[in-house]
Ligand binder design. Structure first.
Ligand SMILES: *Cc1c(COP(=O)(O)O)cnc(C)c1O
Length: 232
């Protein structure tokens, strides 16, 4: 099997799962965007999935993301999503290529991304990352803080507040976690009607996320294959 065929098979599997999950939830497939998490995989894999119809790809490290985005500027309709923690000193770089930052988790980062977007003459979508368990570690801001951060982001030039993102706790209850994320999304939308994105669900729990209203699924392993043991 060529790598293209391997990726086509992975994509077909993921698509079938999304279609089934949408159908079970009474939703339509068009309401959900598949974001292909290409971290650790080469730019050539991104070209393959683009050729197979994927238009949204995600990375979680600035250095790797910047290199791939630079290599693939020819694919003009590709949307780059950044899903990892952003160090404040990387915000300018991230703002130069990212179309969507899923991991807005503090005021300083919001201001740094806004400044970076201004410098690059760009507008970027931001999602406030909401923590879905009581233990810090998987990142994000508790719901009340998330709403305050969203209010700030909505006021900053160069940023478009697009919604929320969450990562289900390891070994926890994904359904309950995504239900809490949806609740926060609804509260946020009361004040910011255009902030409609709910980024939730990965390879292992996308069905739960679709059931709880996710609009964006971040899928790596189920599409590209397992990452090496030393790689996140
Ligand atoms: C790596 C990563 C994903 C994809 O995880 P898989 O289990 O490989 O699908 C999704 N979201 C974030 C934030 C990630 O870092």
């Amino acid at each position: 099997m060529t790598r293209r065929e391997e990726l086509a098979a992975g994509l077909a599997d993921v698509e079938a799962r999304i279609v089934a999950a949408c159908s079970a939830a009474g939703r339509v497939r068009e309401d959900v965007v598949l974001v292909a998490v290409s971290k650790t995989w080469p730019a050539s894999d991104v070209e393959h999935v683009h050729a197979l119809g994927v238009r949204d790809v995600a990375e979680n490290k600035d250095q790797e993301a910047a290199a791939k985005a630079a290599e693939l500027t020819g694919l003009a309709d590709l949307r780059w999503h950044f899903v990892g923690q952003v160090q404040t000193n990387k915000a300018t770089s991230v703002a130069s290529y990212a179309d969507v930052v899923h991991s807005l988790d503090r005021e300083r980062l919001a201001r740094a991304l806004s400044a970076g977007a201004g410098r690059a003459g760009r507008e970027i979508d931001v999602l406030v990352q909401v923590s879905l368990d009581d233990e810090p570690g998987r990142g994000g801001v508790p719901p009340d803080g998330a709403l305050a951060l969203a209010d700030l982001a909505a006021c900053l030039p160069g940023l478009r507040l697009a919604g929320v993102m969450g990562v289900a706790p390891l070994g926890g209850d994904p359904q309950g976690a995504f239900a809490r994320l949806r609740e926060t999304a609804l509260r946020l939308r009361a004040d910011h009607p255009d902030a409609t994105v709910i980024s939730a669900g990965m390879s292992g729990d996308l069905e739960h996320a679709v059931r709880e209203g996710a609009t964006h699924l971040r899928v790596g392993t189920a599409l590209f294959g397992p990452r090496g043991p030393m790689l996140r």
